[in-house]
Structures are given as structure tokens and as C-alpha cells.
Design a protein around this ligand. Structure first.
Ligand code: C2E
Ligand code: CA
Ligand code: CA
Length: 696
């Protein structure tokens, strides 16, 4: 089933390095989910998306309102029928188009990636990438949409030239060499080619050519000289001074245009070749060239099996900030060099992002252990200590026929799935990713409906007071009884909700349920024990959280001490100021504050001292690792801390009798765990409570 390591965020991250909007289209279920919403499109559009249109309806809506190109053509090319055909024999398809927004024209690339299971198109992701800059650069390179600079003297005559070309080009007409030169200097970026009129300007043309050929950046702008009388000597002289070609007056317009156009193409093509193939800092291939080479190598070598490994230095930004750019550069160089030297069967390497490297390896004797060993060694010798590199592997499957970029995307997807996961630095892309993606999509897609439909249920797990042999309270733990996926533990959906913010709604619901329960217990004269509610760090984003909660509780007339809040240390550390203030309000109002998962984070004594907590919840890892009497004993240390600070302690995840006894021995009396009870439905908890507490 789902792997909770791979969150929606991870997939988005891999998908969305450059995408403004991302949609997932599920044809079978006839729904479209927007993962990311570009602010380049107006609210009406996003409202329309949420009305659950079909793919073709949505496409039509988009194309008709925003696309400024030939809209019929776009509909023909990317409608569902067309996509089904396009994606039959390739995994992805792109369509470039222009949109018009608030008077601004933007170029967008619509990229469709097929995630279907079988041959039928049933599931795909669409990303919209703003490629306006790229397109502008391309236009500059290919000279499209650019101008001819005509340098002549008599305005009349330049008119003749202008009339010859203006059906195909925009013009700048300059009167004389000086004005021509000034125009070139000021507007070089707009100029595709120069027409220099020798018939009028004569020898002055050589002055122009001399200056022109000295400037490197004008090399991509060809100069065509117009002559009325051509002698071989003059031709040679002009060409050797820097002219690109000659046309003869009176001008054969068609011939001249063809000449100019092919000159522009030639020049720009050669300047395209100047796009660096190698990243100057690391000596690895640049991104595009790396992709190109990977595809070539794979095609030319049918025998070998290849793998692509993408590596990323964790928190590279921090290195730059802490040690300076020079050290950052040194780290990058170090890894690039080491990859070349240390990786077995290294074929080529590329730098595909600021701190992201990709290496093509021949998969002759590749093992996990080997790669991990190598990575460890590299890290140990790196110029900066305690670096972490994450690596993702895609084992190249020729059948899948992916572009090199798509292969790197998959390796990155695997890599991102372990980012921040302690002790895991290496992951391989496999089909499970697709499955996870589907389930995650279903979760996001269903969450709102599920909340309205009461599919979320609050379970209670008893906290047991060993000394007095009674139930001291309970923790509210949410479950999702999903109509298709069945019973789901929070590990499957809470991390997703924490990322997309829905946790705020869910926790609000749990809180209300807890209040209703306590209220009912009071009315039914049942035994009253406190219930703790988990607060996620996102809950603290809710406006007026403390006032709202207090108001709600007071409306029921529930005693504040019956409600406990559990907050994790990591939440505190991430957003100390805001959370500390809210917690203080809760604490002052008489709610009980428990610090959850204690022992897994990094809180210092100072942090502990600065927040108003009443209870430390000792994480189950501390209890599992407990060896009595051993020297550096975390559990005993925690208990000393608890006593010193006058707090209570609850041990979590207690499963055995031995653990209970040991805990009692060191003075930890409150215990929560399977040994006493799993989290159970509220009605079952009531029975449990009645049974355990009735004798006291
Ligand atoms: P947590 O707050 O640390 O909750 C304790 C987890 O340990 C629960 O998992 C519980 O079922 C499990 N547990 C209790 N006793 C034992 C034991 O003896 N052995 C073992 N192996 N496990 C035990 P659960 O219910 O799956 O919840 C997982 C996490 O999800 C919770 O960890 C909490 O962080 C989060 N969560 C659950 N419900 C909510 C909620 O309503 N709101 C928020 N924000 N988070 C929730
Ligand atoms: Ca908890
Ligand atoms: Ca916990």
C-alpha cells in the first residue's frame, strides 16, 4: 500500500521544478485535480475547474478564453482523442502556445505525462510551464521577429531598399555610417542583419566594417553589402574586412531575401553551438548537452544496460550561506570530480541543476551496497563536514522509450522521496511510485467529501495510571474509514494534509468531536477523564486559534482541564514565536499542554524552559531502546528532567509487561500503549473506562 515517505509534495517537487500549474486527469474516474494553481489564470478559471468539468470541456474553456494562437489547432492537437494517439507510443507530449493575460502575452508549454496503467489513456498529469523567456531567447537566436538595419544615405534610396524587404522584415533605416553605427550599438539585440549600401556610402563602408568586426557580440549579425559594380578585388576586400555577403543592385528581391534569410540562420545556428556544452565550474556536461549525449549513447550501444543516478546535496543553500559562495563552489567541484573518479562504470556526468548532478552508469556490477559505500567515502572526504547527499536511481528500460529528461525526472522522484528521511540516502524508482501517486491523488480528491460524509472517526487510546490502577485519560487519534481504500491509519493521510493545509479542517473536526463527547459524558453522568488532541504545526496558522477554541469549549461549559493539547517539539522549533504565544494562552486558560514525541527531536533545555508545558510524552523509541542501568541512558535522563522541571511523564508505545515494570521502577506512572489498549472507538472506550474505573 502507500508509502508515507512519498508525499504529494515530493511528486510535485519533481514534477514542478518549473510548472506554474499542475493537473492530474483521471479519465476513468472522470475527474481533474489541480495540484498547483498558477496566479496567471483568473479565479473564474479555477472555479470552473472545481465544477468538475470533463477534460475536453476544461480544455475548451481554457483555449477559448486565454489562448491567443489558433485555438482550433490547439483543440485538435491536445483534445483527449489526439492525446490518446500521441501518448500511445511516447510517455509524454508537449504543446507550446501563447496566452493573453491582462494585455501581456506569455508563452506556455503544456506538458502531458502519461501515468496510465495499460495501453488506454486513463491517467495523466499536465504541467503548464511559462517558457516566455526561453521563447524570447529563441527568437533572438533565430532572428524571427527581428529587424533589418539599412544603412544608406539618401533617404530616397534607402526607401527603395526598404520597399524591397518590408514585406518580410521590420526595418530600421539609418542615414549615413555614423547613424548606422549608433543604431547598431543601441539596438543590437533587435537586429537580425545589416544591409550596407556601398553604392552610396563607398569607402566609408570600410570604416564601418572595421569597427563592426572588432566587436564579438556582433558576430551573430551578418552584414550584406549592396554593390552596383562588382569587381573581384572589391568583393574580396569587402569580405575580408568582415562583410558576410554581397548583393548586386538593381536588386533581385527574391534572391536577396533568400540570401539574407539563410545568412541569419547560419549565423544564429553557429552561435547556438556556442551554448556551452560543459559547465565551466565543474567540467561536467551542461544540462541540455548531457541529455543529448545520454540519448545518443543509449541508442548507439544496444548491448549495455544503463542506469541514471541523480544526486543532490542536501541543504546546499545553507553551505553557501554559512561558508560563502567560494566554499559552495568548491563542494560542487569536489563532487563532480569525485563522481568521475569513484563511480564504477561511469559513462558521462552532467550538472542538471544548481546542486543536482546526474551520472550515466553502465550497470555491469552495480550493487546498492557498493554505491552506498562510495557515497559514504565521498562525504567523509568532502571539503565541508557533515554533508548529506541524496541519490535517486532510474534503471533505464529501453521499452519505455523515455527522453533523457524524463529518465532524470524519475530518478529525481525517487531521490526526493528520501529527502530528510534520516539514515536513507538512496532510492530506486519503481512502479510503486505510480501506485502511490494514485492513492495520494485519491486522498486529496476525496478529503473534503469525506469530512462532510463523516468518514473520519475519532478513536481513543487510554492513558493508564499504573500507580492508582485506573484510566487517567485518553488521546484522540483519527481514523479514516474510506469507502474504497478501507480503514486507514493517520500515517497515510496526515502527512499529506499537513502539506496541503487540510489538517486544519480535520483537526477542527476532531476538536469538535472531542467537545461533544465530553459534553455527552457530563450529561450522561459518565466518568469524566481528560482527552488530548493532537495539534499539528499548521493548526497554528488558524486566525485567532486560541480565542476560537476557548469560546467553543466555554459554550459547552466544559472544564478546561479536561482538554489536553499535544504539540511536537519540531513544531515548536520551526515556528517558535507564534506557537509559544498561543500555547501560553492555552496554558494560562487552564488547558494541559503535552510535549509529544519527546526524545526524537532536538530540543534543548532552554527550549523546554521557554514553553509552558505540563507533560512530557516520551516517544516509544526511547522506551524500546531502554537498557536498565546502562550509562548514557536516555530514558532515565528524561525522567530526571521531568522531575527537575516538575512535569508529568507519559510513556508512549508500551507493549510489554517488562516495559511497564521498568517504567514504574524509574517513576513513570502514566502509560499509553498496546499493552493496555489500542486506540478504540469512543463507545468501546466508554465500556473500557467503566470496567477499569468503576472500583475507584
Ligand atoms: P502520535 O501522536 O505519536 O500517536 C501515537 C501513535 O502511536 C498512534 O498511531 C498510536 O496508535 C500508536 N501507538 C500507541 N500505542 C502503541 C504501541 O504500543 N505500539 C505501537 N507500535 N504503536 C502504538 P496512529 O494513531 O497511527 O497516529 C500516528 C500519528 O498521527 C500520531 O502520532 C499523530 O502524530 C498523528 N495523528 C493522529 N491523529 C491525529 C489528529 O487527529 N490530528 C493530528 N494533527 N495528528 C494526528
Ligand atoms: Ca500524540
Ligand atoms: Ca507521540
Amino acid at each position: 500500500m502507500i508509502n508515507s515517505d512519498i508525499s504529494m509534495d515530493v511528486i510535485l517537487e519533481a514534477m514542478s521544478i518549473s510548472y506554474d500549474s499542475i493537473f492530474m486527469v483521471n479519465i476513468e474516474r472522470n475527474n481533474i485535480v489541480a495540484f498547483r494553481k498558477s496566479d496567471k489564470l483568473p479565479k473564474e478559471f479555477w472555479d470552473f475547474v472545481s465544477e468538475n468539468p470533463s477534460y475536453d470541456e476544461l480544455l475548451k474553456y481554457y483555449v477559448e478564453r486565454y489562448v491567443s494562437d489558433d485555438s482550433d489547432q490547439m483543440l485538435d492537437m491536445v483534445c483527449l482523442d489526439a492525446l490518446s494517439k500521441q501518448l500511445k507510443d511516447q510517455p509524454a507530449y508537449s504543446y507550446d502556445h501563447r496566452i493573453n493575460r491582462n494585455g501581456e502575452t506569455l508563452w506556455y508549454r503544456m506538458r502531458i505525462v502519461n501515468f496510465s496503467d495499460g495501453p488506454e489513456l486513463s491517467l495523466f498529469i499536465i504541467g503548464f510551464e511559462n517558457i516566455t523567456n526561453e521563447k524570447n531567447r529563441e527568437e533572438i537566436l533565430y532572428g524571427t521577429g527581428k529587424k533589418l538595419l539599412i544603412i544608406s544615405e539618401k533617404i530616397d534610396y534607402s526607401k527603395v531598399l526598404e520597399n524591397s524587404f518590408n514585406s518580410d522584415f521590420d526595418m530600421i533605416c539609418a542615414d549615413g555610417i555614423n547613424e548606422g553605427w549608433l543604431n547598431l550599438v543601441e539596438k543590437a539585440g533587435e537586429i537580425a542583419a545589416i544591409i550596407l549600401d556601398y553604392t552610396i556610402l563607398k569607402e566609408a563602408c570600410f570604416n564601418f566594417l572595421k569597427k563592426y568586426s572588432r566587436v564579438q557580440r556582433y558576430k551573430s549579425i551578418p552584414v550584406v553589402v549592396v554593390l552596383s559594380v562588382v569587381t573581384p578585388e572589391l568583393e574580396v576586400k569587402l569580405l575580408s574586412e568582415g562583410a558576410s555577403d554581397i548583393i548586386v543592385s538593381p536588386i533581385n528581391v527574391e534572391l536577396a531575401k533568400t540570401k539574407i534569410r539563410s545568412l541569419i540562420r547560419l549565423r544564429t545556428a553557429s552561435s547556438l553551438h556556442n551554448i556551452p556544452k560543459v559547465d565551466p565550474l565543474t567540467g561536467l556536461y551542461s544540462k541540455d548537452y548531457f541529455y543529448e549525449q545520454v540519448e545518443e549513447i543509449i541508442q548507439s550501444d544496444n548491448e549495455s544496460k544503463f542506469i541514471l543516478v541523480v544526486s543532490d546535496i542536501e541543504k546546499f543553500k545553507v553551505i553557501n550561506e554559512r561558508y560563502g559562495i567560494d566554499v559552495g563552489d568548491e563542494v560542487l567541484k569536489y563532487f563532480a570530480d569525485s563522481f568521475k573518479k569513484a563511480i564504477p562504470n561511469y559513462v558521462i556526468g552532467g550538472r542538471i541543476g544548481g546542486d543536482v548532478f546526474a551520472v550515466l552508469q553502465r550497470d555491469l556490477c552495480f550493487t546498492f551496497d557498493e554505491n552506498i559505500k562510495i557515497a559514504r567515502k565521498l562525504i567523509a572526504n568532502a571539503p565541508v563536514a557533515n554533508l548529506v547527499i541524496n541519490q535517486g536511481v532510474y534503471s533505464i528500460d529501453r521499452e519505455e522509450n523515455l527522453t533523457a529528461q524524463a529518465m532524470c525526472d524519475r530518478a529525481s522522484l525517487a531521490m526526493n522521496s528520501i529527502k530528510g528521511v534520516y539514515g536513507k540516502y538512496f532510492a530506486v524508482y519503481d512502479d510503486k511510485f505510480r501506485q502511490d501517486l494514485l492513492i495520494q491523488q485519491q486522498i486529496v480528491d476525496n478529503m473534503e467529501h469525506a469530512l462532510r460524509n463523516k468518514e473520519f472517526q475519532v478513536y481513543l487510546q487510554p492513558k493508564y495510571d499504573v500507580k492508582n490502577n485506573r484510566v487517567a485519560g485518553a488521546e484522540a487519534l483519527v481514523r479514516w474509514i474510506h469507502p474504497e481504500l478501507g480503514f486507514m491509519n493517520p500515517g497515510m493521510f496526515i502527512p499529506i494534509f499537513e502539506k496541503n493545509g487540510f489538517i486544519k479542517n480535520l483537526d477542527g473536526y476532531v476538536f469538535e468531536q472531542v467537545c461533544h463527547t465530553l459534553d455527552r459524558w457530563k450529561k450522561e453522568d459518565k466518568c469524566l477523564v481528560p482527552i488530548s488532541i493532537n495539534l499539528s504545526r499548521r493548526d497554528f496558522e488558524v486566525e485567532d486559534l486560541a480565542d476560537n477554541i476557548i469560546g467553543f469549549v466555554d459554550a459547552f461549559g466544559i472544564d478546561h482541564s479536561l482538554i489536553h493539547f499535544e504539540v511536537t517539539e519540531t513544531a515548536f522549533i520551526e515556528n517558535a514565536g507564534v506557537i509559544t504565544d498561543i500555547i501560553e494562552k492555552f496554558h494560562d486558560a487552564g488547558f494541559v499542554i503535552e510535549l509529544d514525541d519527546f526524545g526524537t527531536g532536538y530540543s534543548s533545555l532552554t527550549t523546554l524552559n521557554s514553553i509552558d508545558i505540563d507533560v512530557l510524552k516520551l516517544d516509544m523509541s526511547i522506551i524500546k531502546n531502554y537498557v536498565p542501568g546502562s550509562e548514557r541512558n536516555v530514558l532515565e535522563f528524561c525522567m530526571q528532567l521531568v522531575n527537575m522541571m516538575g512535569l508529568d511523564a507519559v510513556a508512549e508505545g508500551v507493549e510489554t509487561k517488562e516495559q511497564v515494570e521498568k517504567l514504574a521502577q524509574i517513576g513513570c506512572d502514566y502509560i499509553q500503549g498496546y499493552y493496555f489498549s489500542k486506540p478504540i472507538p469512543i463507545v468501546d472506550f466508554e465500556k473500557y473506562l467503566l470496567e477499569k474505573n468503576s472500583n475507584n
